[in-house]
Ligand binder design. Structure first.
Ligand SMILES: [Zn+2]
Length: 123
């Protein structure tokens, strides 16, 4: 398990969030969260392993935001929380955050979030 993934899981545990990581799902089954139960289910068998850190941060975001429906607004807000979390990881580990494209490729963040990334990095 990478340092980043350990850091994210540690963050989750400190917030009282349970993590169930499984390799039993198909590579196309998305990870999910149950915000009321403070539980996230991570598909460790996901077809693109580079995306897993952002996926973990995103599911943690749903729990922190206490989303009860997966509306487009809730998805965006969970990603926004996820980006703040990854920024926090960078700050804690002296990783430069001056370049949004590098930040996206480092954490497997889809480029459709570039405008959010710029916002988070500028804050
Ligand atoms: Zn989501």
């Amino acid at each position: 398990m990478s340092d980043l993934i350990s850091w994210l899981y540690n963050f989750a545990f400190k917030k009282g969030i349970s993590v169930e990581q499984t390799k039993l799902l198909s590579p196309d089954t998305p990870s999910t969260s149950f915000p009321q139960a403070k539980l996230i289910i991570i598909n460790a068998n996901w077809h693109d392993p580079n995306e897993i850190p952002f996926i973990i941060a995103h599911e943690i975001g749903h729990v922190i935001n206490q989303d009860d429906i997966h509306s487009p607004q809730a998805e965006m807000a969970a990603s926004f929380t996820a980006l703040h979390l990854l920024r926090k990881y960078c700050d804690a580990n002296d990783i430069p955050t001056d370049n949004s494209i590098r930040f996206c490729s480092l954490f497997g963040i889809p480029f459709k979030y570039d405008h959010l990334v710029r916002q988070v990095l500028a804050s």
